[in-house]
Ligand binder design. Structure first.
Ligand code: HEM
Ligand SMILES: *[C@@H]1O[C@H](CO)[C@@H](O)[C@H](O)[C@H]1NC(C)=O
Ligand SMILES: *[C@@H]1O[C@H](CO)[C@@H](O)[C@H](O)[C@H]1NC(C)=O
Ligand SMILES: *[C@@H]1O[C@H](CO)[C@@H](O)[C@H](O)[C@H]1NC(C)=O
Length: 506
């Protein structure tokens, strides 16, 4: 009896949900076409077709088929996917629609409610506290660390640079980027490049893989279902996240102790923010000393930011640099131009440290990095969840309202490949980024735009420029090895690595 009652209740709920979905789909979103939605369940076939390897291109196909704004629903969730400049600008520029997409829920177990995932007042206050940690005066000091760590990177690459064999450059770059974010933002020398197997790097690799796979499986967003259906993976995920948290907890503990020690020696002054005599401010030290409403941040508050920055601050950059090196290896004319510029700006003394002034002069290198981000954006998708109705105006589909509760997905990958905005969209043409002042500020946005844009944008550009310049000055990049295979790993990755060859320049 009870069983039938529950079944009946379930049926009634499913029916009510279906009616709601139909009402929205054919009401507010009637002007947005999309894939077929089956009665009661919705567009589940979309989830059956996508995988980590084809997600981005599949989405692009749907857009080619139906238009630049798509709507659809699965179960009880309405989604709108957009590669439309007009609509994207209104969403991204708005201070009201800053809540992240439902999909990010899986990342929360690792990154907590750090800056990437938080919203409302919490996000606002944190963003204000953290912003000064990326001031250009501070970045200037960081360039020194970029330079020292990339010197280590060059020596690690020396073993592979035989001019004959292909290798995957990604793991090398990844460890360098980890060392850099740990030393600059956390004031901690991690030594991942010199440590044969960094537990932390390994755990990031495994965790992002599991999470990215779950992103493509609709039913696995639910932690309970995931635990039941894939207990083995659930255990792995728990174990790796534990490793990640232990690592960052330890990092915080050490910095806190170091800070306490200093406090006993000298009273806290403005300058106490700076580490050592180099006046290098670590984000972590700032968090340890900050107060919100007169309360210091708790260890958990701090850890979620440390986890967020440790991840965002190295994974994105590693892809950015590795894809750029890969493309330079396959485009010798562009590589030659980079070499010319690097030699002209930096001179021939490979021992001389590179500074910020010089980095700012590397205009062509910047174009190459931008063009790589256009074709293979490190962050290919940006998501929002509407907490209130979103009123838009549009020159083609008319004005309208996307209702609260809708999931919005913006494919940067898709938008950067539109022929109407980029001539010969699939060609690698770094020059297209020279003198492009007039294009819309919301068109080419690998770092997103508006209030929730990337806080580490300048940091990232400087680091990528320095590492690429230094590698190209030292090694000739050769088009060896198998092609990459895009894998959406939260961040853009390749499942076959980023293969190339290197030969030391005379
Ligand atoms: C190639 C390098 C990078 C790219 C392409 C990139 C791209 C992005 C994008 C597109 C967003 C918006 C994400 C969203 O709305 O869901 C974002 C946010 C963010 N990025 Fe980056 N990023 C890069 C490097 C970095 C670095 C080096 C750091 C830290 C040092 C960093 C820290 C963050 C943080 C904390 C956020 C969240 C900001 C907020 O919501 O207030 N990123 N990034
Ligand atoms: C991540 O793990 C895969 C194997 O699972 C390996 O091929 C790859 O090199 C690893 N990447 C890094 C950066 O360690
Ligand atoms: C950067 O280095 C160049 C060459 O060594 C030097 O001429 C310049 O003064 C330096 N700039 C700064 C700001 O240190
Ligand atoms: C730069 O401008 C050219 C011509 O106006 C255009 O074709 C190209 O897509 C623009 N590139 C970017 C990145 O905006």
């Amino acid at each position: 009896m009870l069983f039938y009652a529950i079944l009946f209740l379930f049926f009634i709920l499913a029916l009510l949900n279906y009616v709601t979905m139909l009402r929205i789909r054919h009401g507010a979103l009637h002007n947005m076409p999309g894939p077929y939605c089956f009665p009661f369940i919705g567009a589940v076939q979309v989830y059956l077709q996508i995988s980590m390897n084809n997600l981005l291109d599949r989405m692009l196909k749907y857009h080619e088929q139906h238009g630049s704004i798509l709507a659809g629903w699965v179960a009880n969730r309405i989604s709108v996917s957009s590669i439309d400049l007009e609509l994207n600008e209104q969403i991204l520029a708005s201070p009201n629609h800053i809540t992240k997409n439902f999909n990010y829920i899986i990342l929360r177990q690792w990154l907590g409610n750090g800056l990437l995932l938080s919203d409302g007042r919490k996000w606002f206050v944190r963003r204000k506290i953290i912003t000064p940690a990326f001031h250009f005066k501070i970045l200037e000091q960081f360039v020194e660390v970029f330079d020292q760590q990339s010197t280590i990177l060059l020596s690690c690459l020396a073993k592979k640079a035989d001019g004959r064999n292909a290798f995957d450059v990604y793991p090398f770059v990844c460890l360098a980027a980890l060392d850099i974010i740990a030393e600059t933002a956390m004031g901690t020398k991690m030594g991942a490049q010199t440590d044969a197997r960094s537990e932390y790097a390994l755990a990031v690799n495994k965790t992002t893989k599991i999470i990215a796979w779950r992103f493509t499986k609709f039913h696995l967003y639910n932690e309970i279902l995931f635990s039941i259906l894939h207990p083995h993976l659930k255990l792995q995920q728990m174990r790796h996240i534990k490793t990640l948290h232990e690592f960052t907890t330890n990092m915080i503990k050490q910095r806190r102790e170091a800070l306490e020690k200093n406090r006993n020696v000298a009273p806290l002054t403005e300058d106490s923010h700076f580490v050592g005599n180099k006046k290098r401010m670590a984000l972590l030290d700032m968090l340890l000393q900050s107060t919100i409403d007169d309360q210091p941040l708790s260890d958990d508050d701090i850890r979620e930011e440390v986890d967020t920055f440790m991840f965002e601050g190295h994974d994105t950059i590693s892809s950015g640099i590795s894809f750029t090196l890969y493309l330079l290896a396959r485009h010798p004319e562009a590589q030659q131009k980079v070499l010319q510029e690097v030699t002209a700006v930096l001179g021939n003394d490979r021992k001389q440290a590179i500074n910020m002034t010089e980095l700012n002069e590397l205009k062509y290198v910047e174009c190459v990095i931008k063009e790589t981000q256009r074709l293979y954006p490190s962050v290919p998708l940006v998501g929002r969840q509407l907490m209130e109705d979103f009123k838009y105006t549009h020159s083609q589909i008319g004005d309208g309202i996307i209702p609260a509760g809708t999931q919005i997905l913006i494919s940067l990958y898709g938008m950067f490949r539109l022929g109407r905005y980029f001539e010969r969209p699939t060609d690698f043409v770094p020059e297209r980024h020279l003198n492009n002042g007039s294009a819309s500020a919301f068109l080419f946005i690998p770092f997103s735009a508006g209030p929730r844009n990337c806080i580490g944008q300048k940091f990232a550009m400087l680091e990528m420029k320095l590492i690429i310049a230094k590698i190209v000055r030292e090694y000739e990049l050769l088009p060896f090895g198998e092609p990459f295979q895009i894998e959406s790993h939260i961040v853009m990755r390749s499942s076959t690595g980023l293969q190339l060859g290197m030969r030391k320049r005379e």
